[in-house]
Design a protein around this ligand. Sequence first.
Ligand code: GAR
Length: 204
Amino acid sequence: MLKIGVLASGRGSNLQSIIDSIESGELEAKVELVISDKEGAKALERANNQGIASKYINPKIYDSKEKFEQAMIDALEEYEVDLIVMAGFMRILTPYFVRHYKNRVMNIHPSLLPSFPGLHAQKQALDYGVKVAGCTVHFADEGMDTGPIIIQAAVPVQEGDTEETLAKRILKEEHRIYPQAVKLYAQDRLEVKDGKVIVKAVKS
Ligand code: GAR
């Protein structure tokens, strides 16, 4: 069974969508460990409530990003995870981490990438005036919200939308597509070729 390690900085609603999908039997996988770079993150609380191991790793006590990431790698290796799922993990990984787990780190971002990477993606979309927003699950590379795209979902922008109302509509789709992307990985249906993801047909 696929063993997942989740990296999260905040509320952890995407983590919860993956946990719920496992509990319902839709996704065959196990969340082995949740790591946060923020003490007291709601995501850690969700892990505890679910009996999942959780760990706060304080980036400030390490004198380089790589050493902080090595602490994460040590923890992830202890739990022998196969796939790393970034669920609202608000840090850019260094090449050190990304190369260690090449094509084994997923990220979700609340925009139709490559548009609007970075912070406040929903506000960026509203400020630009796009009519269709959305969310993206992708394999993470060294960039900010970049890497081969696995699944995207489009969300219409409505008249009078605020950052909050649009974010809420997008979040609903995030909770739908993240477990789907993890499921495709669990079924060994994702292949990365020339920087693009090919979704292979179900094996009969
Ligand atoms: C989600 O909207 C996710 O797409 C976004 O942070 C939120 C985390 O919510 N991630 C990024 O912006 C990454 N650049 P959650 O903690 O409730 O899952």
